[in-house]
Design a protein around this ligand. Sequence first.
Ligand code: UGA
Length: 426
Amino acid sequence: MKRIGVIGLGYVGLTTSVGLAQLGHKVIGYDLDASKVESLLAAKPTIHEEGLENALSKLLESHDLRFTNHIEELQSFEPEFVFICVGTPQDASGAADLTIINSAAQEVALILPAGAIMIVKSTVPVGTCQKITKSFNRSDIFVASNPEFLREGTAIKDFMEPDRIVVGSNSSEVSKKVMSLYDSIDSPKLETNLESAELIKYAANAYLAMRLSFTNDIANLAEATKANVDQVLLGMGLDKRIGNSFLKPGPGWGGSCFPKDTSALVSMAKGYDSALPLVESAISSNEAAFKRSVDVIESLAEGQLMNKTIAIWGVAFKANTDDTRDSPALRIIDLLLKRGAKIRAFDPIARVPEAAGLSMASSAIEATKGADVLAILTEWPEFSMVSPEQVVAGMKNSVVYDARRILPESWRPHFSVFKALGEASK
Ligand code: UGA
């Protein structure tokens, strides 16, 4: 059992706090936002994540986990390790903005006891941990990198059952101490230098984003050539070197990580005079994918969107999360609005503010009332359980575009036009 502080209680910080406490450590999560801390202390999760509420209540009750917005409380706890989990958003140039992480590291360095290890979990450009090490005048505290690979929607499970754990530092003694926090997790464990650990995170995310762009481009080609996209991707993925996971075509990739991380990696590479044309292409292929879905919806709306009502199912960037940051659905909605469409959107969990031309419906069926086209942009499983008869009965035209390929075959006969991404419309 170790005493651990966690700085920043966003997705990564909150999951890390809960995960470490579940591993048997004593954890304090710190965030500047008093209302977030208050909510977490009342065991009310600030993010939508399976199993989180239950885990929070148990850990708060057993006093293995607590939260604070007072740095003095963290100081008097005398943490042996502090995880830095603050955001590294994209700046105007596309690079990672390190303002928050730099100031968090400075603030924490002032209160850490001698011998403590500061562990950077935030996604940071290569060289950041070295710079942080040099930025404070203390040779008695150490810095390590421990990138996070969790996915929203399965965050707690991904933390407890990771594919691998990566720890980077300047000293194998420090790496071993950090790795020992995960002793009870049975997974491949990789110790590296600081730079490699930092780059592993970006390389993994960029590779996954590239894979999705490739998948979406192949889906588009399958449609043009009348190939069956599911069979093509299955046949491709059965090659063990390729594998079938992360090969589902969709309206484009989004979320709080892939867009900012691919952009930051390209920007970082330029700084080293090193080109990453494949990642750059993946980014532009993704922009093209959003536009492709808008063009499809326009063609399904009899060739023009001005004053047409488009029902949208799903605004979250993927299913099982309430996160709409860089959501493909929002990018598509924005382009539809620019072409004059009126949007009635529904999402089981995620909410977006209503705006001119955009209203949120209280149910999937309500969203489709009077709609010219229904477009499914997030793969919530409950959408495929809705009755197609009820949908069609309320729509102006029985036209559906399934950009996530989740609707069952039984839906087809109910619609005059049924189009799934990657295949020609019926
Ligand atoms: C991603 C990575 O998968 C995690 O490993 C990483 O830790 C995380 O970013 C991060 O850097 O923090 P996440 O953003 O939660 O996780 O979402 P993903 O499940 O990777 O999905 C990203 C986007 O790709 C979504 O828009 C999703 O709908 C899309 N996607 C994913 C597909 O279109 N097809 C797929 O087969 C998989």
